[in-house]
Write a protein that binds this ligand. Structure first.
Ligand SMILES: NC(=O)c1ccc[n+]([C@@H]2O[C@H](COP(=O)([O-])OP(=O)(O)OC[C@H]3O[C@@H](n4cnc5c(N)ncnc54)[C@H](O)[C@@H]3O)[C@@H](O)[C@H]2O)c1
Ligand SMILES: N[C@@H](CCC=O)C(=O)O
Length: 523
């Protein structure tokens, strides 16, 4: 069975919600999930479910009065217990054949596929995603499980697929062995896909992990861990320890037995983790490996030869999909001045058409994740009013949640704060450039380097953009969001991270160490 799966990786298809039957299926899943709201969720430590008195309350950002669930919070003592259980489990898990470890991921992918709308419905309620965004998140989680399972099998067969150069008289082999216990620290914005990808990649390589989810989406994180338990992943391989970033996070990253840290989140927290991890704790006998995928200030460049309708649609989709809360969000657009007003008008018209409302009613624009984000984004909008010309939005929006109008600022200078700092909300800054080369220079004028897009019909310019636009994921004549596993390996340059290329052929190498064995042949 495994061989046939190896031959046939294909991305999980997105659900077509224009079909009545699919709308009905999602609504039925929402009813089911709503019936389960308000539950109490434990930590998982070495197969034991641990409830604590202190809990995180997860709420619906689209309807602040609705409680999604109460999630137990790990203390430092409980994290220490989790570390011990991960260390114990590592001794047997690292010896479990790669093909068996991969099978758990295949099984989890199959089960998640069966319950697809249930996972998506929970994200509609807990993360404020509309149907398509939630469905894409679940599809990506399934893809990560399927893809990394295959990748582990491929890695375990390296000596056959990519044999070392032969040397007479010796048998030489290379094996990718696991590192040890890792800290997995994902963000809330792809609360299933990124969490599932970061965790499954680490464990399929034979590592064991402490998984600390982001607090706003700890219930969907629990649902994933429960699924992994259901398919039989042995106790202690995934230890689920939700808790405070400052307390639990710092403890995990500074722990002498932590071998690696797989982090996705903001630049600020990522740099802190990188600094703490670089210090050698008492008793530590290795250099910790840090994989850190961070923020972005992604942008779309449009020249005067481009299809301007397509460019405007891509700008709006990239800026406002999931309320701009994607690391890949196109929060900047740079347009050459001869078509600047035309593109701006098209973008403004499309933005005005975005309807705001409850994610469960499948509005295009929903709430942002929580009060902190809401306040921060509104502050940036005030900054934007000083730095540019407000064209659309600019205010909070109606609703019993964290709703903000999709907002467009025009005539913004390249060094403005709203062109330089990640806002992580529905705010787009547009700037004019003299010509396409200056537009590319303006695109590159950032400390980040995650995604970008270039719109043009001129081949020479496209070639130039392909070489000069400095980012990990560069797209031509399409939006800058929506990377697919296996198709668009994902990761950023500069302050956007370590360019780990999630969903790509190189990703697993980061959670392994290569051991070369050389044996003299009998004469
Ligand atoms: N490059 C990518 O692939 C990618 C993908 C998704 C999100 N992001 C970025 O993530 C950010 C949004 O997510 P967020 O708000 O959850 O980010 P965040 O940095 O606030 O939190 C990320 C995770 O770190 C934890 N954390 C907080 N303080 C910590 C500490 N001191 N030690 C250890 N862990 C700690 C949080 O609890 C959470 O689980 C944005 O900047 C976005 O661009 C990047
Ligand atoms: N991989 C996603 C972004 C992940 C970060 O938020 C995309 O390509 O849009």
């Amino acid at each position: 069975m495994t061989n046939s799966r190896m031959a046939s990786f294909a991305n999980e298809a997105f659900t077509d919600f224009t079909l009545e039957e699919n709308q009905r299926a999602m609504k039925a899943a929402l009813i089911k999930v709503r019936g389960e709201l308000g539950g109490d969720y434990p930590l998982f430590i070495g197969g034991e479910k641990v409830m604590t008195a202190e809990r995180t309350v997860s709420i619906n950002p689209g309807n602040k009065d609705e409680i999604i669930g109460y999630v137990s919070k790990a203390s430092v003592e409980l994290v220490e217990r989790a570390m011990n259980s991960a260390l114990t489990a590592f001794e047997s898990w690292k010896k479990t054949p790669a093909i068996e470890r991969a099978q758990y991921l295949f099984d989890a992918a199959d089960l998640m596929r069966l319950r697809k709308h249930e996972f998506s419905a929970l994200m509609v309620l807990e993360a404020g995603k509309n149907y398509a965004e939630a469905d894409a998140d679940t599809a990506e989680a399934i893809d990560f499980l399927d893809f990394y399972a295959r990748e582990m099998i491929r890695l375990s067969e390296t000596n056959t697929i990519r044999p070392l150069t032969k040397l007479a008289g010796e048998t030489n082999e290379i094996t990718y062995i696991p590192l040890g216990v890792g800290a997995i620290i994902p963000p809330w914005n792809f609360p299933l896909a990124i969490l599932a990808g970061m965790t499954s990649a680490a464990i399929v390589c034979g590592n064991t992990v402490l998984l600390k989810p982001a607090s706003p989406t700890a219930v969907i994180a629990h649902k994933f861990v429960a699924l992994m338990e259901e398919v039989g992943v042995p106790a202690g391989v995934i230890n689920f320890v939700p808790g405070s970033g400052a307390e639990v996070g710092d403890y995990m990253t500074s722990h002498p037995k932590t071998r690696f840290i797989n982090f996705t989140g903001s630049k600020e927290v990522g740099l802190r983790i990188n600094r703490i991890a670089s210090e050698t704790a008492k008793g530590q006998i290795w250099i910790k490996r840090v994989v850190a995928e961070l923020g972005g200030k992604d942008g779309i460049v449009v020249d005067e030869t481009a299809d301007l309708d397509q460019a405007a649609s891509a700008i709006v989709a990239s800026a406002f999909g999931f309320q701009g809360q994607k690391c890949s969000a196109g929060s900047r657009a740079v347009v050459v001045k001869s078509v600047y007003e035309e593109v701006l008008n098209k973008v403004a018209d499309l933005t005005r058409k975005l309807q705001i409302g409850l994610p469960e009613d499948n509005y295009q624009a929903g709430p942002v994740i929580d009060r902190n984000s809401y306040d921060k984004i509104l502050e940036y909008i005030e900054i934007g009013k000083r730095e540019g010309r407000l064209v659309v939005g600019g205010e909070k929006a109606e609703g019993n949640g964290f709703y903000i109008q999709p907002t467009v600022f025009a005539d913004v200078k390249s060094d403005a704060r709203i062109m330089q700092e990640e806002i992580f909300g529905p705010v787009l800054a547009i700037a004019a450039a003299e010509d396409w080369k200056e537009a590319i220079d303006m695109y590159n004028d950032t400390e980040f380097g995650l995604t970008g897009a270039f719109f043009s019909r001129v081949e020479d310019r496209i070639s130039y953009a392909l070489e000069e636009m400095h980012c990990g994921n560069l797209y031509i004549n399409r939006k800058c969001t929506g990377a697919l596993v296996g198709v668009h390996p994902f990761g950023g340059f500069n302050m956007s991270g370590t360019d780990s290329k999630a969903g790509g052929y190189d990703y697993l190498l980061q959670f392994t160490q290569a051991k070369l064995t050389s044996r003299k042949n009998e004469a």
